[in-house]
Ligand binder design. Structure first.
Ligand code: GFB
Length: 311
């Protein structure tokens, strides 16, 4: 990309999209176009085609998605599969029809089979059954990957796909019914500290392991790969290290300064037991993460406190 290239950032208000926008701006990219949801609904194929035909973007970051944590995924399976499928089909097809130079599709580490060997290598895609709590979302993301590969093979569209691990950071969703674990833990411990509550409920057994990548690291990788990777194969984006939910909860407790007890609610699902990405391909291309988990959580908690003050 040139700094003057016309870049369409789909999903610019979300956790990922807002971080990529910040990253592009900080690197001098000055021709970024965005649309609010009420201006352009990416589930509407005619509207997407009209937008691409009139704006003619050269590069596209496809970070728009219906996302959520383990509970939201199983509560809204229809929206997770249908919205994400429509977004991927409409945007990738319109990108090809309008001569986009390159498109980057953002997927998720939940596309891998539930019982795949760890760490998860890119070639494990479609080698086994998915985790039931998020198969709807995962299937739509797998479809996006296959759209990119099919349009590259048949039409020569330069489309690449990144598979980020569990993300967190500024602009995350802190709603307890729909959020991922890390913002949920920050909010629960903060509220419990303020209300002097003696316990905080942690969903599941605490034994599942997850890998957490700060969204600013992801954004750095997203811009780097747009400029340095052109292959058909998917690329994992993570830290290469994971942590149990129990140890994560203890770390958040420490950062927030909560003194009470953590109680495990085993009526809630654990989800997949482990989801650690093999990041050797990414390292071979020349990128690695920089933000330590504890430092990232401290910054995210500070962001959360500031956002509360603004309300
Ligand atoms: O982050 P999370 O919702 O999603 O949950 P997944 C991760 C783990 O944290 C699970 C536990 O074992 C949860 O049971 N957990 C403990 C909690 N306390 C809480 C809590 O208060 N809230 C939440 N949300 N979890 C998602 C997929 O899976 O990962 C998506 O559903 C996506 O499709 C995303 O791929 C990255 O890591 O299990």
């Amino acid at each position: 990309m040139e700094t003057s290239s016309k870049i369409y950032l789909a999903g610019h208000t979300g956790l990922v999209g807002s971080a990529i926008t910040r990253r592009l701006a900080s690197q001098g990219y000055c021709n970024i176009i965005t649309r609010e949801l009420d201006e352009l609904d990416l589930r509407n194929q005619a509207a997407v085609n009209e937008f691409f035909a009139s704006e003619q973007p050269e590069y596209v970051f496809l970070a728009a998605a219906k996302v959520g944590g383990i509970l939201a995924n199983s509560t809204y399976p229809a929206e997770f599969i249908a919205d994400n499928t429509m977004i991927a089909v409409n945007v990738i097809d319109a990108a090809w029809r309008n001569g986009v130079k390159k498109l980057e599709f953002l997927g998720s580490s939940c596309i891998y089979p539930k019982m795949a060997p760890q760490p998860l290598k890119e070639e494990y895609l479609l080698t086994g059954s998915l985790e039931p709590t998020n198969e709807w979302y995962a299937l739509a993301k797998i479809l996006g990957i296959k759209m990119c590969q099919a349009y590259r093979r048949q039409y020569g569209l330069n489309a690449i796909s990144l598979m980020p691990t569990n993300l967190y950071g500024p602009n995350d969703n802190f709603d307890l019914n729909s959020s991922h674990v890390l913002p949920a833990l920050i909010r629960k411990m903060h509220d419990a500290k303020n209300s002097r509550s003696e316990t905080v409920s942690i969903w599941g057994t605490g034994s599942p392991k997850r890998e957490f990548l700060h969204v600013d690291d992801l954004a750095d990788a997203a811009v780097f790969l747009m400029n340095n990777y052109d292959g058909e194969e998917i690329v994992n984006v993570g830290t290469g290290e994971d942590i149990t939910i129990k140890n994560l909860a203890e770390m958040v407790k420490d950062v927030v300064g909560y003194q009470g007890e953590l109680v495990y609610d085993t009526s809630k699902p654990d989800g997949t037991p482990r989801k650690l990405l093999d990041v050797s391909k990414l390292a071979g291309i020349g990128w690695k993460s920089h933000i330590e988990l504890k430092t990232g959580i401290e910054g995210t908690y500070e962001w959360y406190l500031n956002s509360q003050r603004l309300c």
